[in-house]
Design a protein around this ligand. Structure first.
Ligand SMILES: Cc1cc2nc3c(=O)[nH]c(=O)nc-3n(C[C@H](O)[C@H](O)[C@H](O)COP(=O)(O)O)c2cc1C
Length: 413
């Protein structure tokens, strides 16, 4: 059921000379596993930091080095051939030198001349020592780079241990995020149609404790919400993510302002604080419906557990957080609700949409293998006030996230 935006696509991986180049083999391997055709091209410095033989082997193609462009057997200029071949270029990692070449139009090596000749979308992931990154000349070049068309810039991670033993900004973002950003570029292109928009996204399950050892929850992994948040960020939005316990790659949280919750009550508090900031709230979190009136401070003996759980007076409903959001939303704020269903989805979705009153509702099945809860794919119905229900998917959660964001963006168009 998993759909692959990378399958069959021609991806050129250009590598410049940062120590983060040692992460490129893992990235290339992941691209190939997702069905991409991959070619690698290295600057002379990069070729000293990462093995061209490993990249050739992992990409199933010769790894291209500086001298190859001067080979007598090369019928067309190699930089032109590569530039025309690529559908997408990943410049990972991006060094200070290669950044300066890009911004100033220098074509003094094979990587730089290929990039200058190429009209395909370009994703760059910068990597540098903190002082290098913060140097005014580098910052100036980085700001200028962002103005190039067809470009998706990934700034270094805000924190991390660098090869120079410092803790700080400069580490290249992880291959998992580069992969997600590459998929995002192929699905949506580099358009910044959400530039400056303030989006509040919730993700993951709530956990309602019985006692310190037990809780009531659901199988939500949080992946849908995390992909909504990252897709929105890559389209230029400012994103705040309120998340429960996630089953997702932590590398995908980079660049998001994250606030964690465990219980519905904590999420309720976070929403009260954050809602006024947002222009849109996307409620992908799977919040429990019921909770114990009084969670126990000490672990209950097994024999008494059944008694407690079976007494109706032990329980109370969790407040309807979507309803609360609707009740106090500022003028113009958009609300996207989510609903999980089993059986006939459209009927249930229509009823929920009419009773809730949010602007958009996405209803998805949770009884189909490989879809919804805990998986990488999803499908469902998108309900809006303006149009007939729209069937979305089955497709990857990132593709779905882009479709939902497109529906949201159309309200602002
Ligand atoms: C071990 C090592 C690690 C390096 N790491 C980085 C780095 O992370 N970022 C960077 O901009 N330069 C780094 N450099 C310096 C670049 O390799 C150097 O500036 C080189 O000219 C870059 O050329 P290129 O962009 O053509 O690959 C590193 C150098 C060495 C020897």
């Amino acid at each position: 059921m998993k759909s692959e935006p990378l399958a069959g696509r021609r991806i050129l991986v250009a590598v410049s000379g940062s120590i983060a180049a040692v992460k490129v083999p893992a990235l290339v391997s992941a691209l190939v596993q997702r069905g991409a055709q991959v070619r690698c091209v290295l600057t002379p410095s990069a070729a000293r930091l990462v093995s061209p033989v490993a990249l050739a082997s992992l990409s199933r193609n010769p790894c291209l080095l500086e001298d190859h462009q001067w080979a007598a057997g090369q019928p067309r200029p190699l930089h032109i051939e590569l530039a025309e071949w690529a559908e997408l270029v990943l410049l990972v990692p991006l060094t200070a030198s290669t950044l300066a070449r890009l911004v100033h139009g220098l074509a003094d090596n094979l990587v730089a001349s290929t990039l200058l000749a190429c009209r395909a979308p370009l994703l760059v992931a910068a990597a540098m020592n903190t002082d290098m990154w913060e140097a005014p000349a580098v910052q100036r070049n980085w700001q200028q780079l962002a103005t190039l068309p067809l470009l998706l810039p990934l700034a270094p991670a805000a924190q991390g241990l660098l090869a120079c033993d410092r803790q700080g900004v400069g580490r290249m973002v992880e291959p998992a995020l580069i992969l997600l950003a590459a998929e995002s570029l192929l699905l949506h292109g580099p358009s910044q149609d959400l530039a400056g928009r303030r989006l509040l996204v919730t993700a993951g399950p709530s956990r309602e404790a019985f006692d310190p050892a037990r809780f009531l929850s659901n199988p939500s992994s949080g992946r849908m919400g995390v992909r909504l948040a990252q897709a929105a960020r890559l389209r230029g939005a400012q994103v705040r993510l309120l998340h429960g316990p996630l089953e997702d790659d932590p590398a995908l949280m980079e660049g998001l302002e994250c606030h964690s919750f465990s219980t519905a009550a904590q999420l309720q508090q976070l929403l009260r604080e954050q809602q006024p900031w947002a222009e849109a709230v996307l409620m992908a979190a799977a919040v429990a419906d019921q909770r114990l009136r009084q969670p126990l401070a000490e672990k209950l003996p097994k024999q008494q557990l059944q008694d407690l759980l079976l007494r109706p007076e032990s329980w109370e409903p969790v407040p309807d957080l979507l309803q609360e959001l609707l009740g106090r939303r500022p003028p113009g704020q958009l609300l996207l609700g989510f609903a999980a269903y089993t059986g006939n989805g459209l009927e249930q979705a229509r009823r929920k949409f009419e009773s809730k009153g949010c602007d958009l509702l996405f209803a998805n099945p949770v009884d189909q293998p490989g879809l919804g809860f805990g998986s990488d794919s999803n499908q469902g119905w998108l309900l809006t006030k303006e149009a007939e229900p729209l069937a979305l998917g089955p497709c990857g959660k990132l593709a779905l996230a882009h479709q939902l964001l497109g529906a949201l963006a159309s309200h602002w168009a």
